[in-house]
Ligand binder design. Structure first.
Ligand code: PEP
Ligand code: MN
Length: 312
């Protein structure tokens, strides 16, 4: 198939646009969806640092209208001397704050041996940019029954990225969301170079939803709101945004993190641009209603193993 000059090889058997009659909508067990008319807003700190820090961020992003809480419990840091994350304690905090504020939970899994454990707490497994071609990890999350957020590799081509998604789907996990987070460029003026064009490009190449992470793309908090707005205008199905109650004292990625008020202001702008492109911000379920429906146990016990995919 040739799509706007881009060759889509036969090897994209499962991810290619024409492999499905309809676009995939990935649904988390919390109810959040990626790929439909409703935009998914994943927000929270880069790393889970403490119960207080995480819960303040969760309360603020929920109040502003986000529907998924992000936060790393296992952090892939360039230096082995940097904060590495709180591990399973961090996972428990994510589950508790997610439940308390009616948010789904997305968090990174670094090691194939941790996939089962992270799946017990999270609604979505994040594969970070440094692991996009960690094939044993891709196979392991492919065998999991929890949706996967697959970030684009540091300097991955679109072809390599789609083939990484193919690995996950080949394992039987059809709930894959692609996340553009900027690629390495010649210019250090921004942390990475945000490839917004990839959003409409992928729309013609794959049935999978695509979201954008402007925080890791920019590395500078001031540049996050305009690029978030541009991503939704370009057709992204969601955003991943770093929000910290006290960015100046964050243990990781403080320079690119919005504070709670800046995030609330961004959400007001996003509501307008979403409407402009025929989409809407999340319609959140009240936490008490979610708990009453038995969607979740407060202690983060194993949840349903539904595939999470609905075809539109
Ligand atoms: C993150 O989301 O905090 C993260 C480490 O992202 P990336 O893998 O895109 O660098
Ligand atoms: Mn980060």
């Amino acid at each position: 198939m040739v799509e706007r000059g881009v060759n889509v090889p036969q090897s994209y058997r499962l991810v290619r646009r024409d492999a499905r009659a309809e676009r995939t909508i990935v649904r988390l067990s919390s109810g959040a969806t990626f790929g439909g008319d409703e935009i998914a807003i994943c927000a929270g700190p880069c790393g889970v640092e403490s119960r207080e820090q995480l819960d303040q961020a969760a309360a603020a992003v929920a109040a502003a209208g986000a529907n998924v809480l992000r936060g790393g419990a296992y952090k892939p840091r360039s230096s082995p001397y940097s904060f590495q994350g709180l591990g399973e304690e961090g996972l428990k905090m994510l589950r508790e704050s997610g439940d308390r504020h009616g948010l789904g939970v997305v968090t990174e899994v670094l090691d194939p041996r941790d996939v089962e454990k992270v799946s017990r707490y999270a609604d979505m497994l994040q594969i970070g940019t440094r692991n996009m071609q960690n094939f044993p990890l891709l196979r392991e999350v492919g065998a999991a029954r929890v949706p996967v957020l697959l970030k684009r590799g540091l300097s991955a081509t679109v072809q390599e990225w789609l083939l990484a998604a193919e690995y996950v789907m080949l394992g039987g996990n059809e709930s894959v969301v692609l996340c553009e987070r900027g690629v390495r460029s010649f210019d250090p003026a921004t942390r990475n170079l945000l490839d917004i064009a990839v959003v409409p490009l992928l729309e013609g190449m794959t049935h999978l939803p695509v979201i954008v992470d402007p925080s890791h793309a920019m590395g500078i908090a001031r540049l996050v709101p305009p690029t978030a707005v541009a991503s939704i205008a370009a057709g992204a199905h969601g955003l991943l945004i770093e929000v910290h109650p006290d960015p100046a004292n964050a243990l990781s990625d403080g320079a690119q993190s919005l504070d709670c008020e800046q995030f609330a202001e961004l959400m007001r702008r996003l509501a307008l641009v979403a409407e402009f492109v025929g989409r809407r911000l999340p319609q959140r379920v009240k936490p008490s209603a979610a708990r009453a429906n038995g969607q979740r146990k407060a202690d983060g016990a194993v949840r349903s193993s539904k595939s999470g995919v609905r075809l539109a």
